[in-house]
Design a binder for this molecule. Sequence first.
Ligand code: S3P
Length: 171
Amino acid sequence: MPTQNIVLIGFMGTGKTSVGQVLSARLGMPLVDMDEMIVARQGKPISRIFAEDGEAHFRQLERALVGELAQRSGLIISTGGGIVLNPTNVTDFEATSLVVCLTAQPETILQRVAQETHRPLLAVDDKLGRIREILSTRQPLYNRVRVQLPTDALTVGEIADRIAAIFSEAT
Ligand code: S3P
């Protein structure tokens, strides 16, 4: 099975969207941002999907979209941070695509998300505590992704360079 897509996985604030944009421009592969696609299809922001329909419903929408995107090829796919909560999502993507898990220390994540307000799971005063708490439960799930890329000391361009190199070796 050829390596069809590049799929970016990782906790909120690890750089999936920014890296996806750079990779898309460099490799000439369209970027699909799963959160943006869900928001466009539902006609409301993620915070309203969580508040009105519940997180479980959002996870079902994510799961269905993984099934759809895993059939396609030639895409850079930026996932939502909770995609790993259903390990089948990772297995489905890894069957056909290069899947990279971007990682970062909680302090780095805090710096990157501090000014942003669109993430319902981080809408609390103690953001660092919340990041640590969610990361500790999800860490074993992120660890299941075969290719891991620590991003703390890298620029978005450097992260994109490394992923492009791995992709060119895999194809
Ligand atoms: C989530 C991460 C968000 C978004 C939703 C839930 C999570 O995506 O899917 O708010 O559970 O980690 P980003 O990782 O792009 O912020």
